[in-house]
Design a protein around this ligand. Structure first.
Ligand SMILES: Cc1cc2nc3c(=O)[nH]c(=O)nc-3n(C[C@H](O)[C@H](O)[C@H](O)COP(=O)(O)O)c2cc1C
Length: 222
């Protein structure tokens, strides 16, 4: 069941989640379907205090290094994706009180990704490079199910492709095979209800913008 109320959390309280609760949720997400049932998601989940050590290494890499994600990030977003992307960033900066021309404020907000928004746990998700590109769909299906399981258990989260831009500290500290491509991180914990960033809300297009309910074949395709 897609969760109506699930949303990304970008400021966490320090309280950890019980290891057995985390294990149970990830075990439920194992039910995700995948092509030929290959189950390609590979995940490393951290506990405190190690999460903060990893965050320090990632923040340092983001401050001083050049981004070099295992998979290329999109460079240009054509419409309508560009408008969605701008609205998403605009909603976050507005919630945080960061003005459009406040470069330092935007930089600080971006750096928060690498601190995993102070979450007590982060899951780093990768996939075997030899299975591209269809295994990416399988990992996306798994992520969707995992987000729903987390939401159902009252655990807040934020997927973060941003952390994949600096794979070196992740590889240095986590069991990630060279043959695997790092895809994204997932911050996990409980939202700080008073943090401005958590007031961010996003919208969705009406269903007809994405889904065409076809009545009959096109006359010109016969
Ligand atoms: C694969 C993936 C990667 C994402 N990467 C980031 C990220 O790096 N930083 C961030 O703040 N949010 C990230 N997000 C969260 C999206 O911005 C968010 O899901 C979207 O704006 C919709 O908002 P909602 O999750 O609150 O409904 C990511 C989401 C997904 C699914």
């Amino acid at each position: 069941m897609p969760a109506e109320n699930r949303r990304s959390t970008r400021a966490f309280l320090p309280d950890p989640i019980a290891p057995e609760t985390l294990r149970e949720i990830f075990a439920k997400a194992q039910r995700a379907p995948s092509w030929c049932n290959i189950q390609p998601w590979r995940v490393a989940v951290t506990q405190p205090p190690f999460t903060a050590q990893l965050a320090a290494a990632c923040t340092s890499a983001a401050k001083s290094g050049f981004p070099s994600s295992d998979l290329p990030f999109p460079l240009d977003y054509p419409e309508p994706y560009l408008a969605h992307r701008r609205a998403c960033g605009g909603a976050l900066y507005q919630a945080m009180g960061v003005a459009r021309d406040d470069k330092a404020g935007r930089y600080d907000a971006w750096l928060r990704n690498y601190a995993f928004f102070d979450a007590p746990h982060v899951a780093i998700v990768s996939v075997d490079r030899r299975l591209m590109p269809y295994a990416l769909i399988d990992v996306g299906v798994w992520l969707g199910m995992l987000l729903d399981e987390l939401d159902g258990a009252g655990i807040d989260s934020c997927p973060m492709a941003s952390v994949a831009a600096y794979p070196a500290p992740l590889r240095a500290h986590l069991p990630i095979a060279e043959t695997d491509a790092i895809l994204f991180g997932l911050a996990l914990g409980h939202a700080d209800p008073h943090a401005p960033a958590n007031a961010c809300r996003t919208t969705r297009d009406p269903v007809d913008n994405n889904v065409t309910f076809v009545q009959a074949s096109r006359p010109d395709s016969r």
